[in-house]
Design a protein around this ligand. Structure first.
Ligand code: ADP
Ligand code: ZN
Ligand code: ZN
Length: 824
């Protein structure tokens, strides 16, 4: 055997910049490989799952290495392209590679000593378990949950990670996630005849039921469905099936179970279902769509990225489907990115209709076990089993693709593609372009309202540009009407929060059995409450923001840190008891509508109503099936949803979008309004959009009214150039955080002047942001704007260096600095 000691440089899932070197015990020499996960000790007690980045023979000069404890994978799980991609993200977005690793893998794949483990109560062992695995299951069966560290202590095994991993693979245990504690296996109930009832005993059994006619019927129905005694193996009968075809209730079936005639068992359903869905045909494209399709293909000859600018309902999705088919047939994978989970539920059906079970979905409403399964599915790289199209939200750019041919980024303008917190603060669209390049793949951006940056790139020829100006079947774009709220208020003709114009249109739509969508960019009942006497407003204890009132649980809630409290009985300043709510969110719209249209069936889609996994699907399905007349929602309803009976869309308050203090506010308001408007319109009738505003002459409202994207773009470009913003300049936003405001201000001044010495007038701030305290941390912002032609790499290097310098000063020990590159 080789006697030289090998060393591994590994990536740990922690925000420290460097790689860490461990020695490899000689018995593991043959197993260790770049891209495999290994278990390593860190600090005095902790264990982490790390990823091997490099293997070499150079012992570090300045410290004693600790050993790799075990190797978790038989094959590497991270390949060269992924490593390169991680490195790009870490450099471009100024974060550590450990932070990228953390974001890239589902938590079940990066166990650490603090990870909490639970028993899967529905687990049935198939193969043999090792003694230590048995021991762990035994411990878990006596306690609700345990951390891996606890298991190490109780079992005295020093390191139980490999056993935990093996038990996870077998489905015997579950990794608890902080956000998603409600993990449950998907199961179905199966009905069986008690095996002791043989054919000869059957008539006796039926007689026995004598006067219980219903029970007899159910039993007969079961016999019919199962074909037992007719076919050698009876068919499997699901409880739901039996209830449906016998038209009876649970209690009847239960009485048969009590009489020991029927039995009910639970059966696990495979979460990733590979059966039954058959592939079908794509819709043929109409002439406009076909031309667009051909242009896209042509432009891909020369360009890596094409922007498809097509009005809402022009059939962009149909074009994507044809492109996907082309790439799949050539044996390549396609990644289809969507900005919002809500959208996946509609698109998945359209894709499955054509591609059957070649379609996988990946998003955060899946629990971790499901995410690991999808990860593994894509990693196995078996053309017969691996998904060929993956539909996913931004984090799916980290999936282990082998053979990516095309990335589609639908609704590319959406800001949900950018991750705000924690690091890596990446933009999935921009990162996807880099990923595509590494795979030699093409990227298609699609939208009705391109991001200014994307349109700019397309106009100057960096991207190809394909325009689609006709809606499918020439359905007209909706008519847009402006409702002047200021005037209606002055004339005192508002119906609560509705102008007469909007009210009348809702009423008419309801009378005609047509549907209505109402958009308001705020959830909750009221954005704040206020003392009528002295103007006092309740604020969050931990943040510098007013608390939003939620009526459903009668609580005041902070939308930044989650703090909540009951509304006070009186003012805390003047003791007056007249507190009033101000402004309105989606919840209040719902309540007001119920008063005005008591007959209407109303649904609401916002963060509060979509916390559970299937919530989106349910709301969207009820609206599609016309079980709801009105759908109220936040920006969730603005994006690519496709309904065919919506005749009226109301934008409740355009002003709070337009007045938002941000250089992108106008662009975003245009996009939001144009997108929500796009939800209106039906096959045989032009839809209507009513925009409520105090400022009908606002230039952005005028652009929306005339559907004039180009004018909006030109005006914005003038402003961006004049006020030095992207796409003419690159921006990096630097946030300083500290619990002590005085220290923060000192640090801000020092850091600001250090940067100003280097970057001169390109530095703006330090300045307190609009909300200057979140979760008890005070915040300061410094902005760097550099010419877009200059390379940002050097600037970033300097920023990192200066940040480290200031953080290393004793007085700023607990100062935090983070970078947001290309902030939104
Ligand atoms: P977009 O993605 O541009 O908003 P969609 O692809 O969702 O547009 O198309 C809008 C509607 O028109 C959908 O219901 C879609 O099924 C239908 N549609 C579009 N193109 C076709 C086509 N070529 N054949 C059949 N239906 C189509
Ligand atoms: Zn008061
Ligand atoms: Zn708060």
């Amino acid at each position: 055997m080789n006697s030289t000691t090998l060393y591994a440089d590994v990536i740990l899932p922690i925000p420290l910049a460097q790689l860490f070197t461990y020695n490899i015990p000689s018995e593991l020499n043959g197993e260790v490989a770049i891209g495999k996960r290994v278990v390593v000790p860190f600090g005095s007690k902790k264990l982490y799952t790390a990823i091997v980045k490099d293997i070499h023979e150079n012992a570090p000069a300045d410290y004693e290495t600790k050993p790799v404890l075990s190797i978790l994978d038989s094959f590497p799980i991270i390949d060269r392209i992924q490593f390169q991609f991680w490195e790009w993200i870490s450099q471009y977005y100024q974060c550590t590679i450990g932070e990228v690793y953390k974001a890239a893998l589902p938590s079940g794949m990066k166990l650490e000593s603090q990870t909490r483990i639970l028993l899967n109560t529905e687990f049935v062992a198939h193969g043999r378990l090792s003694a230590s695995e048995e021991q762990i299951l035994n411990i878990l069966s006596h306690s609700k949950d345990a951390s891996i560290q606890d298991l190490n202590q109780i079992t005295k095994l020093k390191n139980t990670l490999p056993q935990v991993k093996s038990l996870l693979d077998k489905g015997a245990i579950i990794v608890e996630e902080q956000l998603q504690k409600s993990y449950r296996e998907k199961t179905q109930k199966i009905v069986n005849l008690n095996p002791q009832i043989t054919e000869s005993l059957l008539s006796e059994t039926l007689d026995q039921l004598g006067r219980a006619k219903k029970q007899q019927e159910v039993l007969m129905c079961y016999l019919n469905l199962s074909k037992c005694f007719i076919e050698p193996t009876p068919h499997k009968v699901k409880l739901t099936e039996l209830l449906k075809s016998s038209g009876t209730s649970h209690s009847i079936v239960n009485s048969l179970v009590k009489k020991n005639i029927l039995e009910i068992s639970e059966e696990k359903i495979d979460r990733l279902d590979f059966t039954e869905i058959k592939a079908g045909q794509a819709h043929p494209l109409n002439p406009h769509q076909s031309t667009a399709y051909k242009h896209i293909i042509q432009q891909f000859e020369e360009k890596n990225c094409v922007l498809l600018h097509g009005v809402t309902s022009s059939g962009k999705t149909e074009i994507y489907i044809h492109l996907i088919r082309k790439y799949i047939e050539a044996g390549q994978q396609v990644l289809y990115l969507l900005p919002e989970i809500a959208l996946t539920t509609q698109i998945i059906h359209r894709l499955q209709r054509v591609f059957g079970n070649k379609v996988g979905v990946y998003h955060s409403k899946f629990n971790d076990a499901e995410r690991v399964e999808i990860w593994n599915n894509i990693h196995q790289n078996d053309p017969n089993k691996t998904y060929q199209v993956v539909l996913g939200v931004r984090s799916s750019i980290f999936l282990p693709f082998h053979n990516l041919g095309l990335i589609i980024i639908d609704e590319e303008h959406e800001n949900t593609y950018k991750q705000f917190d924690p690091a890596p603060r990446y933009h999935a669209r921009d990162a996807a372009l880099v990923l595509a390049q590494k795979h030699g793949a093409k990227t298609l951006l699609g939208t009705a309202t391109p991001a200014i940056e994307s349109y700019y790139n397309a106009r100057k020829g960096k991207y190809g540009l394909v325009e689609l100006t006709q809606r499918y079947q020439n359905i007209q774009l909706p008519e847009i009407l402006i409702a002047n709220t200021r005037e209606a208020r002055r004339k005192k003709i508002m119906k609560s929060i509705f102008t007469p114009m909007l009210y009348d249109h809702i009423r008419e739509a309801l009378e005609m059995n047509e549907q209505v969508i109402l958009f308001q960019n705020r959830r909750g009942f009221a954005p704040y409450i206020e003392c009528k006497e002295c103007g006092w407003v309740p604020h969050c204890e931990n943040c510098d923001v007013s608390l939003t009132y939620h009526r459903f649980n009668n609580k005041l809630e902070c939308h930044y840190c989650g703090y909540s409290t009951y509304p006070p009985n009186g003012c805390s300043q003047c003791e007056s008891t007249s507190l009033e709510d101000r402004g309105y969110g989606t919840e209040k719209i719902e309540e007001e509508l119920l008063g005005l249209f008591p007959e209407a069936k109303i649904g609401r889609m916002d963060l509060d109503t979509t916390r559970s996994k299937r919530a989106y699907e349910k709301i969207i399905a009820s609206f599609e099936q016309k079980k709801l007349d009105i759908l109220i929602g936040t920006q969730m309803v603005s994006k690519g949803l496709d309904f065919d009976n919506v005749s009226v869309v109301g934008i409740m308050n355009a002003d709070n979008m337009l007045n938002y203090p941000d250089f992108r506010a106008y662009e975003r308001s245009y996009q939001l309004m144009a997108q929500v408007a796009g939800r209106a319109g039906r096959k045989h009738k032009q839809g209507k959009v009513i925009i409520q505003t105090n400022d009908p002459k606002h230039p952005i409202i005028k652009d929306v009214l005339r559907n004039n994207y180009l004018n909006m773009y030109k005006m914005q470009m003038e402003e961006r150039e004049e006020y030095i913003y992207p796409p003419f300049y690159r921006m990096i936003s630097i946030t300083l955080k500290h619990k002590d405001q005085r220290k923060l201000n000192q640090a801000g001044l020092q850091f600001g002047s250090a940067l100003r010495k280097i970057f001169g007038i390109r530095i703006f701030g330090p300045q307190a942001p609009l909300i200057n305290r979140i979760q008890n941390f005070y915040l300061l912002k410094i902005i760097l704007k550099i010419e877009s032609k200059s390379s940002p790499a050097k600037a970033k290097w300097i920023l990192n260096r200066e940040a480290n310098t200031i953080k290393s000063k004793a007085e700023f020990k607990s100062l935090q600095i983070h970078f947001d590159v290309d902030p939104l």
